[in-house]
Design a binder for this molecule. Structure first.
Ligand code: S3P
Length: 444
């Protein structure tokens, strides 16, 4: 399906949980809540669960592993049967387009010692899995990837008395998915299990696992120490915050489109996720944040954004990790900002749903934007009027959404082909924008 966006209309309104098209629930937290609930003992109830392509992949994979769950609207109910309750499945488990599903589930299954084959879409088969396979093998997990270090992953069964090895594992890249995979495998390790990260990645798993009774310490901000135990995890009762990474597109849309004035209520504000807020504020964004009491053990708040004259910025170092999913949205802000924006230390973008350095540069060039590409980032010369264009989504939901918000301020319409990929993380994206005044429509 194609999504066409016509420029001209401002983005206005107040988005709340009861809006006809509300901000979707947090993707990272939805994955964790469903999977951790499956490992807990008892019934978990999770509200504002993200019902989208990637989370459906996880839910289907859980069912195939013997987990009972029911999704009614955005309420997920999971009947957790405790640690070591996941079942081996003969047929390959299809993780669809979801790297989070593959990496987190691999950790959980490895911890339980059951056999499985984890596979996925053509796109997922290109994502690096050696980053989980190597440390899992070090722990004693009989797991292998294909020759290029990607899926399919083959996990062999382990004897129940064969515990995985604890110890210290130093990650070479900051990755919450790798960290979570190892924590899940480490739940039943033979001794203390320590993970060190080069830069702190989002800590959703640590917060949720602690709330479920797991003993996790942070001797310093880059180190997580897990004390394995036979104790069962407590079930979850929580309402998930709105997804900051989805809000990012609304936020940038409001800042760049003249006349815009938007409130987004109930957005997750985990500091490991909100790097884009800091970047946009430093660019002169007219943004106000009102903090609210924590929800589901996570900071949340309301965000108010109005049209602003933005100026260029340089992004590097730790900030890259804190906004790792937000570069497509950021790039559109940079195209309208005054001056040349630079991104460095961001080689990790090459391993996302597309190579987000090359694909962003190609798509920005088709908008008539001057750019340069580096191995670990790019530069964007802002301030010129964007041209209308037709582009492919390249199987990358965030690239597609970024091009959609560019269409709010381009000279003529922008069409994104195969844009249904957006449903992987942001169902009703087009409808939500239309409800705020944008002219967007699906064809085909
Ligand atoms: C995620 C972590 C990040 C992020 C992804 C979701 C998570 O990936 O890009 O969208 O839920 O843990 P990495 O762990 O590969 O950085």
């Amino acid at each position: 399906m194609n999504l066409t966006i016509r420029p001209g209309n401002p983005i206005q309104g107040v988005l709340t949980i009861s809006s006809p098209f509300p901000l979707p629930g947090d993707k990272s937290l939805s994955h964790r809540a469903a999977l951790f609930a499956a490992l807990a003992l008892g019934e978990s109830k999770i509200d504002n669960f993200l019902d989208s392509g990637v989370t459906k992949s996880l839910l289907k994979a859980l069912r195939q592993s013997g987990v009972d769950w029911e999704l009614k609207g955005n309420g997920l109910c999971v009947q957790g049967k405790g640690l070591n309750s996941l079942q081996a499945s003969e047929l390959p488990i299809d993780c669809g387009n979801s790297a989070t599903t593959m990496r987190l589930l691999a950790g959980a299954l490895a911890g339980q010692g059951v056999s499985a084959i984890l596979d996925g879409s053509e796109g997922l088969r290109k994502r690096p899995m050696d980053r989980i396979v190597n440390p899992l093998q070090e722990m004693g997990v009989p797991i292998s990837a294909s020759e290029n270090g990607c899926a399919p992953l083959i996990l062999q069964a382990r004897k129940p008395q064969q515990k995985l090895r604890g110890g210290t594992f130093s990650l070479t890249q900051a990755s919450a998915q790798v960290k979570t995979c190892l924590l899940l495998a480490g739940l039943g390790a033979d001794r203390e299990f320590i993970i060190r990260e080069p830069v702190a990645s989002r800590d959703h798993s640590e917060r949720m696992l602690r709330a479920m009774g797991v003993q996790l310490q942070n001797p310093d901000p880059l180190t997580i120490a897990l004390t394995p135990s036979e104790k069962q995890l407590k079930p979850l009762r929580m309402r998930l915050p709105g997804d900051f990474s989805a809000a990012a597109f609304l936020l940038v849309a409001a800042l760049i489109t003249p006349g815009s004035d938007l409130w987004i209520r109930g957005v997750g504000l985990n500091p490991g996720r909100t790097g884009l807020l800091d970047a946009l504020l430093a660019m002169g964004g007219n943004i106000e944040v009102i903090n609210k009491p924590d929800q589901a053990g996570e900071p949340i708040g309301d965000i108010h954004a109005q049209f602003s004259q933005l100026h260029a910025i340089t992004i590097s170092g730790n900030l890259v990790v804190r906004m790792i999913d937000e570069f497509p949205a950021f790039a559109i802000a940079a195209t309208v900002a005054e001056g040349t924006s630079l991104v460095r230390d961001a080689r990790e973008l090459r391993f996302k749903e597309s190579d987000r350095i090359t694909s962003l540069i190609a798509h920005l060039n088709s908008l008539g934007v001057r750019t340069t590409e580096a191995e670990d980032g790019f530069s964007i010369v802002g301030g010129s009027r964007l041209k209308g264009t037709k582009v492919q989504s390249l199987g990358d939901h965030r690239l597609a959404m970024a091009m959609a918000i560019a269409g709010l301020v381009s000279e003529s319409p922008i069409q994104i082909q195969s844009a249904e990929i957006i449903n992987e993380s942001f169902p009703h994206f087009g409808e939500l924008f239309v409800s705020l005044g944008a002219e967007m429509g699906w064809q085909g």
